[in-house]
Design a protein around this ligand. Sequence first.
Ligand SMILES: [Fe+2]
Length: 110
Amino acid sequence: MKIIKDDTGNILALLKENGPVNEMKYNCVEASFEKHLPQFIVKGDRVDVVVNHVMEDDHYIEWILVDYLDCQVIKHFMPGEECVLNTYYKEGMVAYSYCNKHGLWKNELK
Ligand SMILES: [Fe+2]
């Protein structure tokens, strides 16, 4: 396992296998029928971050990550599970989702 950190000591990633490291590029605009962008459903001081995507055995959202800049929350999913991360609301929060077939997606709460 590799643990990647930046110059200030922040842990950036835990890698299961040794090997070359590549930065993931994200998409911000839906370009197909399938939905990948995380959506925010604010409920007072809480928010459901939802990706309305199929959760089939060979095609599903592997995880949602919410970035609050000073900390992050991540939830992993398995096929068949509901793709929702319930967390606290904060202005400017950013969410990422990762589809096993279509890659990384990003949306900001405006
Ligand atoms: Fe997908």
